[in-house]
Design a protein around this ligand. Sequence first.
Ligand SMILES: Nc1ncnc2c1ncn2[C@@H]1O[C@H](COP(=O)(O)OP(=O)(O)OP(=O)(O)O)[C@@H](O)[C@H]1O
Ligand SMILES: [Mg+2]
Length: 315
Amino acid sequence: MEKRFDVLVVGELNVDLILNTIDKFPEMGKEVLAQQMTLTLGSSSAIFASNLSTLGASVTYAGKLGYDNFGEHILSSLKAKGVDTGNIMHTTTHSTGATIILNFSEDRAMVTYPGAMSALALVDVPEAKMKQARHLHVSSVFLQPGIRKDIVALFQRAKALGLTTSIDPQWDPSETWDLDLKALLPFVDVFLPNAVELKALARVNNLPEALEYVRQFDGAFVVKNGSEGAYLWDGKSMHHQRAFLNTQVVDSIGAGDSFDAGFIYKFLQHKSWQECLEFGALTGAVNTTRHGGTGAFEDLNLVKTIAASTFNYTF
Ligand SMILES: Nc1ncnc2c1ncn2[C@@H]1O[C@H](COP(=O)(O)OP(=O)(O)OP(=O)(O)O)[C@@H](O)[C@H]1O
Ligand SMILES: [Mg+2]
């Protein structure tokens, strides 16, 4: 059957309200001023969806918003990047999620209100929605209790319907890392944690032990490691990809999501693991040349221009 979309993203939705150039860090009961403010599309899954769409895949999004201005802002940001929002639902029980980020010198403090994203559940992703796409991607599973509870069932259903699948677990704010990988990963084609998340999930102390741990799995296991690059266990052997050198990093917000977008873009085209890994490293590095998670992905021409001019890479 002809599919309407390449990818269905099931994920969290929130805005980032970023306050920059703060005089000093606020003390309880006092007020400080910020010299600059930005309101942007925040969530990891949405950055992935936007940037994958910019690269050229057709993407639909299943998520939850409240009936408010932040929800409207998210919808228009996704639409502007060509992401289909027909599977996004609204709830009256929660407001749209938001992260308030205080950027202070090189450091930052953040507070997240999960809001409507915590209300998304398995019933919101029925078979009819899944059948529209040929690939399922889930990110930020620990921010979505409704999805995490049934995560194995969700991936099992996707595989039964013939979809390929990927998941980026992202950070667990509770740091309990309660995710049964042995039950889940048989239904996952590409697992995409970063090195710190993998160590926590595998309950090991260092990267070599974590890389040893992944060898028990048959599917593809990607381990992102910032400016050091990324590893890939393809079920038989381990590959390493060095990061593309960026000597002038603007920020690395969303680098992992942009890596995921590049990797999955090539995976959808049935390219070799090595090619998926290299393109993921490229799009991760491209991400670091502009502010935020989507700044370098305004359109495909900009991505190509940055790839050629900063990383001497043409595609
Ligand atoms: N400073 C950098 N220079 C070049 N490439 C980078 C840099 N930082 C990240 N990358 C690329 O992006 C990939 C993913 O980055 P990272 O390991 O930070 O993922 P992550 O921790 O999942 O990020 P996120 O915070 O977006 O979730 C890296 O494997 C690397 O290829
Ligand atoms: Mg990440």
